[in-house]
Design a protein around this ligand. Structure first.
Ligand SMILES: Nc1ncnc2c1ncn2[C@@H]1O[C@H](COP(=O)(O)OP(=O)(O)OP(=O)(O)O)[C@@H](O)[C@H]1O
Ligand SMILES: [Mg+2]
Length: 355
């Protein structure tokens, strides 16, 4: 099926995402009548819903009291250094990595909250870089539910949980009927009725995170981006949230990306990618995760993964610590044995044929 919005107007840009998907962006139409449609082909489950290519992001900050004209006084932080990623529909993907590795930056760029310095994000066939600010706003509302890293970014603490849920729904012009159907299903399935009546400032950190999740999904978005959604929860509440996420992917066809430091969250995901200093250092899928204990997953999250990603130029990045451990410094020597590549930092290894 064709993805299209704004069918009228003279000037049309067409971008082929792949043979099946196409985006039409008509520039002459008033922006506020724009409508995005979600893509559904026969084989839609086989097409990635989110495609990220060559993503680079550099934060540029001015120092205090520094004139904007004085470019040399800007401080630059390279947060992402060339990310390639495909996310399939109806899956849960975990993004892990130490603090400052770029998890929040990546999530915010995928969700259109932040414009990348370089690179492409294609969501359901729509190229985000081609959208104006107003179009991105409409697109975000249509496609995404955000749980930001800190609860004050998601909630008004002076309102009850229920009021916090109502406000974004009303702003998005949901009918009362649709609101009730969606909320009833969620509230009944997970026994949330009592929690919703509480003033938000009386709730614990974990309860606020749970309400943040409900606020994020209440308008029925296709994709949920959750930045450390269980970081303040005890294990039983975190378990409930993971059940809600599973229910959302299995029963409601949602696609979820979660950043986390918690091995329990990682274990219930279909894929996990690990970032380090803005690059994807490793990835693993459910097959690799399912037989691992939580201790082993923790080890994988904090050390190196079994799988390393290969970028579009064929480069593989190894964790620096791992290279140091095996004695690879400026050069690595490789031997190909059948379908296996053996690497060493020692040239004598080549002469001995890797034995
Ligand atoms: N607004 C900003 N201005 C300048 N630098 C920033 C900004 N936001 C993030 N950074 C920097 O970009 C890098 C990546 O930050 P990011 O918040 O994406 O990391 P993270 O993996 O989410 O970390 P954490 O686990 O602590 O949440 C860090 O070096 C951070 O200091
Ligand atoms: Mg973060």
């Amino acid at each position: 099926m064709l993805n299209s919005f704004l069918s009228k107007g003279r000037k049309t840009i067409q971008t082929h995402v792949n043979k099946k998907e196409r985006l039409r962006l008509t520039q002459d139409e008033p922006r506020d009548v724009m409508e995005f449609t979600t893509h559904r082909s026969e084989n839609h489950l086989q097409d990635p819903l989110i495609v990220v290519r060559c993503l680079i992001h550099i934060y540029e900050n001015l120092g205090i009291g520094v004139s904007r004209k004085n470019g040399s006084s800007r401080t630059k932080t390279i947060a992402l250094r060339g990310i390639d990623l495909d996310v399939n529909r109806q899956t849960m993907t975990a993004i892990v990595g130490e603090s400052g590795s770029g998890k929040t930056t990546l999530l915010n760029i995928i969700g259109g909250l932040l414009r990348p310095t370089y690179g492409n994000v294609i969501v359901d066939g729509h190229h985000l870089e081609m959208l104006s600010s107003v179009e991105r706003h409409t697109f975000r509302n249509r496609y995404f539910g955000f749980i930001q890293q800190f609860s004050h970014q998601n909630l008004f603490f002076d309102l009850t949980a229920r009021e916090n849920i109502d406000i974004p729904l009303l702003l998005r012009d949901f009918t009362r009927k649709k609101m009730t159907e969606w909320m009833k299903d969620l509230i009944d399935t997970f026994s949330l009725k009592d929690l919703l009546q509480q003033p938000t400032h009386d709730l614990s950190g974990g309860e606020r995170q749970l309400i943040s999740l409900i606020v994020a999904i209440a308008h029925d978005p296709l994709i949920i981006l959750a930045d450390e959604p269980t970081s303040e929860m005890d294990p039983s509440m975190a378990k409930k949230v993971l059940e809600i996420f599973k229910w959302l992917t299995l029963e409601h066809e949602k696609t979820i990306i979660i950043t986390t430091h918690d091995p329990t969250v990682v274990k219930s995901c279909d894929h996990v990618i690990r970032l380090r200093k803005g690059v994807i250092e490793g990835m693993m899928d459910q097959e690799g995760l399912q037989h691992k204990t939580l201790e082993e997953i923790h080890e994988l999250m904090t050390r190196s993964f079994q799988y390393l990603s290969v970028d579009q130029q064929g480069r593989i990045t190894f964790p620096r610590k791992l290279l140091e451990e095996v004695g690879i410094k400026e050069k690595a020597f490789a031997i190909i044995k059948g379908r296996t590549i053996i690497l060493s930092g020692d040239v004598r290894f080549l002469r001995s044929d890797g034995e």
